[in-house]
Design a protein around this ligand. Structure first.
Ligand code: PNW
Length: 488
């Protein structure tokens, strides 16, 4: 039997009347006829699954010279002519440093249960080490208080690429283990001051991105193109910083605080779901992440990684590896794309399939659509290493995002992207893969590194001239997902 609803009843049923009145059909003939009031949410997530969103300090805060903040390598890089699209810098960004209270009200309106932010190291230690700047920690303390008052759980990242410039000048940044040690001191200090209220800390964000893109390809700060041997050593200092950071957080934080990281592990997935391709993808998951996640979860570099690099392999001590392998409480996975794998007869047992030119991607050309990564990557991480708590600490998409004269951004491509990825995430969670929460990147449009402000990832559109925030259609979609704890 068909059920008919008035527009108002329908709106009440889907719970969005107050949010998008102008998007609902206006003519009565457009009323839905076949939606049953007791229709179950087809893909519901477990009770307590955490829905969140994420940002990072340099991408949103602005206020780069305020309250004693020291310069970071990102200030220097973005102000170097030719390094960023349109010469864009993070000088003002979303002005979140001044607008955080209003932003948290928007988070509340979206229904966010958790928010992942990062701390700017050079606000806390303007020259990387030494005497802390009390105004630095004070900002994050206020931010955390406001989040808790809005009933939003703070998840704190300690390093999202804004290395104090002083450490670059003094030590060559991550080229020296002195930077790893300085990171640990800074991490311990932040944990000491925030862990009465913040219960989840992530050490480093996307080591792969800042090491490989920053020190090998030169497209991100500090813009270096080092030799293979030197890049391998930088990579080692990054994982070492993570390990020393874990130890420092444990030493200084209140009991019960959980520590992890947010890594963009290669999300290896079988091109066809047969046992041979699945086994090959599992092998690829371990080896393709050998310099990062595998080293951290096993406390060693794989034999294949060391053999592959030979004389260029990183120099390390047994104590380093012990620190790197410090037990963690959760793995945060930033996932945007999928690495497709097939079985092969070569010694590794697998081959990565290069993307054909016609492979679909979002506005960023690297952002190839592959929702299955959200199923396979967490599943392999749980299977290979026995990880019991996983978060998707980033997932999202860039879109052309036009603000129409009627005041909306109809980002149907982002909704398509999110719906597909969340469906794959649901597939894993319903099989028992221990993913406990999901953070959409990003809460609002922001400074997209070398791509500047032209590449928008936000659920909220930001007019960078006026700083006005407008929820995109994808924000309405995500609000529904959160409210239903699942997908229709
Ligand atoms: C991540 N790539 O960066 C970062 O954690 C965010 O700060 C960033 O805004 C977001 O993803 C979207 O880009 C990446 O070229 C940057 O493959 C570049 C790549 C991947 C991730």
């Amino acid at each position: 039997m068909l059920n008919r609803f008035s527009r108002r009843e329908f709106a009440k049923l889907i719970g969005s009347a107050a949010v998008v009145p102008s998007i609902l059909p206006t003519s009565s003939s457009a009323e839905p006829v076949n939606l049953h009031p007791s229709a179950p949410v087809a893909h519901s997530f477990p009770k307590g699954f955490l829905w969140g969103s994420a940002t990072a300090s340099y991408q949103v805060e602005g206020a780069v010279k305020e309250d004693g903040r020291g310069p970071s390598i990102l200030d220097v890089f973005s102000h170097t002519p030719g390094k960023t699209n349109n010469g864009d810098t993070g000088d003002v960004a979303d002005d979140h440093y001044h607008r955080y209270k209003e932003d948290i009200q928007l988070m509340k309106a979206l229904g966010l249960q958790t928010y992942r932010f990062s701390v700017s190291w050079s606000r806390i230690f303007p020259t990387g080490t030494g005497t802390p700047n009390p105004k630095g920690i004070d900002f994050y303390s206020r931010l955390v208080d406001q989040l808790l008052a809005a009933n939003i759980q703070p998840y704190c990242t300690l390093f999202h690429w804004d290395l104090p410039q002083a450490l670059e000048e003094k030590y060559g940044g991550w080229q020296s283990r002195e930077t790893s040690k300085a990171f640990a001191e800074y991490a311990g200090y932040v944990a000491q001051h925030l862990s009465d209220r913040v219960k989840h800390f992530m050490t480093l964000n996307e080591m792969r991105s800042f090491v490989d893109i920053g020190y090998r390809d030169g497209r991100h700060a500090p813009g270096l193109k080092l030799s293979v041997a030197k890049v391998n050593q930088v990579r080692h200092h990054a994982v070492l910083a993570h390990g020393l950071g874990v130890q420092a957080i444990r030493a200084h934080a209140k009991p019960g605080v959980k520590v992890g990281l947010a890594e963009n592990a290669e999300a290896c997935a079988p091109i066809i779901e047969t046992s041979e391709h699945i086994a090959a993808a599992a092998k690829a998951m371990r080896e393709e992440n050998a310099g990062y996640l595998t080293a951290i979860l096993e406390g060693k570099y794989t034999d294949a990684y060391l053999a592959h690099h030979g004389a260029n392999a990183p120099k390390f001590t047994a104590d380093d590896m012990k620190a790197i392998g410090s037990p963690i409480d959760f793995v945060g996975l930033n996932n945007y794309t999928t690495t497709w794998v097939r079985a092969d007869n070569n010694p590794s047992g697998y081959a990565i399939i290069p993307a054909p030119e016609s492979y679909p991607h979002m506005m960023s050309s690297w952002l190839r659509v592959g929702p299955q990564g959200l199923y396979w990557a967490p599943k392999f991480i749980a299977q290979i290493w026995g990880v019991k708590e996983i978060y998707i600490t980033e997932n999202g998409a860039s879109s052309t995002d036009v603000l129409t004269p009627d005041g909306h951004v109809y980002d149907s491509d982002r909704i398509m992207y999110l719906r597909n990825y969340l469906t794959q995430l649901h597939r894993g969670v319903s099989e028992g893969v221990p993913v406990k929460g999901y953070f959409c990147w990003s809460f609002m449009d922001n400074y997209e590194w070398a791509d500047g402000y032209a590449y928008r990832f936000g659920l909220h559109y930001v007019d960078f001239k006026t700083q006005k925030r407008t929820p995109k259609l994808s924000a309405h979609f995500y609000k529904e997902v959160i409210a239903r704890n699942g997908l229709a």
